[in-house]
Design a protein around this ligand. Structure first.
Ligand code: F6P
Length: 359
């Protein structure tokens, strides 16, 4: 007999359902009595006791379905120890609901912030398994997060479409790619779509170098240029500011431009007089059906999580390292961000074929 709880927390992504399906199928195929409780809308469901008993049928036909059958929400880690507006102690409430249902374990699907709360619950004595979801691929300890490659596909297709129109009009186009504070998604989608310039937070850009790269292309006879810009891209000057100064600068920039790409476009336009267009695919990147790679990854991670649960082996994130599923102690990975390193092979390879990072 096993009683497990499931919840999905933070921004959604593709393959959340596929992962839950993998876990439940892995357990249901091997355990006689299984009870699965799904908490609704992330940690909120666990705090306020909003849950439903799920059956195998709930997990059938969801391998290809985007979003999450449980719903999700953001409950920031930094406020988790603060009582809610009704004075409820969130951590205590989560523990009480866990014990009330006599759960053997709680499986939490989420990104970095979610993982920190998952680790806190582990420290509070709950049996926890964390599954690394995010289109940002920024979770330390796993080579890949589910959702990432599906988002790479969408961002790549967006840039592919821009390519044809950019070449017809001889324009400079900026496509802004999600990824929060890291550049994985922009790097992969940028390289996969043949972007000419890729700007990511890990390599602060010099606008002069960006313009040089655009001009160099024009000189070679290429009338158009495509820039893949991460939503967290930052200039060299801004990167040199103190935390406080940067916060102020960002607040000022926000009043002038909806996002970083528009600020970059304005600078290029001012310096060169060129016609620039900005495209922001936004949340499309998190939507739709998971790509085959993510379905496979989600199924493997889900199955590996089921194996841990059957062995009562808790307190881990289930990730993938060098092609093999692996349990990584939550205490080791929680709170760490996996960023692109400026001397990564991908960056060197991109630079070798002439892609500019504006540095
Ligand atoms: O973490 C996933 C992500 O899509 C980031 O890439 C992006 O910065 C953020 O979530 C957007 O958050 P929200 O859905 O709250 O606007």
């Amino acid at each position: 007999m096993k009683r497990i709880g499931l919840l999905t927390s933070g921004g959604d992504c593709q393959a959340l359902n596929a992962t839950m399906r993998g876990i439940v199928k892995g357990l249901a195929s091997n355990i006689q009595d299984l009870e699965v409780y799904g908490f609704e809308n992330g940690y909120k469901g666990l705090i306020y006791g909003d849950y439903r008993l799920l059956t195998s049928r709930d997990f059938s036909g969801i391998l290809t379905r985007g979003g999450t059958i449980l719903g999700t929400s953001r409950v920031p880690f930094k406020t988790i120890r603060e009582p809610d507006e009704r004075g409820i102690d969130k951590v205590e409430a989560m523990k009480q609901n866990y014990y009330k249902l006599r759960l053997d374990c709680l499986v939490i699907l989420g990104g970095n912030g979610t993982q920190k709360t998952a680790n806190l619950l582990r420290e509070e004595g709950l049996n926890i398994i964390h599954m690394p979801k995010t289109i940002d691929n920024d979770i330390w300890g796993t080579d890949m997060t589910f959702g990432f490659y599906s988002a790479v596909n969408i961002a790549t297709e967006a840039i592919d479409c821009i390519h044809t129109t950019a070449s017809s009009h001889n324009r400079v186009f900026i496509v802004e790619v999600m990824g929060h504070k890291v550049g994985w998604l922009t790097l992969y989608a940028g390289m996969a779509s043949g972007a000419d310039i890729i700007l990511i937070p890990e390599i602060p850009y010099d606008i002069k170098k960006v313009i040089e790269a655009i001009n160099a292309r024009a000189k070679r006879g290429s009338g158009f240029t495509i820039l893949a810009v991460a939503e967290g891209a930052i200039s060299k000057e801004d990167a040199a500011l103190s935390k406080k100064e940067l916060k102020k600068k960002m607040e000022e920039d926000k009043k002038l431009y909806p996002s970083v790409s528009y600020a970059i476009a304005a600078e290029i336009e001012k310096e060169t007089g060129m016609e620039i267009r900005v495209t922001v695919p936004g949340h499309m990147q998190r939507g739709g059906s998971p790509c085959p790679y993510d379905r496979m990854l989600a199924t493997r991670l889900g199955s590996a999580a089921a194996k841990l649960i059957m062995a009562d082996d808790y307190g881990y994130m289930v990730g993938i390292v060098n092609g093999k599923t692996k349990k990584i102690p939550l205490g080791e990975c929680a709170g760490k961000l996996k960023m692109v390193t400026p001397d990564a092979q991908e960056i060197k390879e991109a630079k070798r074929i002439g892609i500019s990072f504006g540095d």
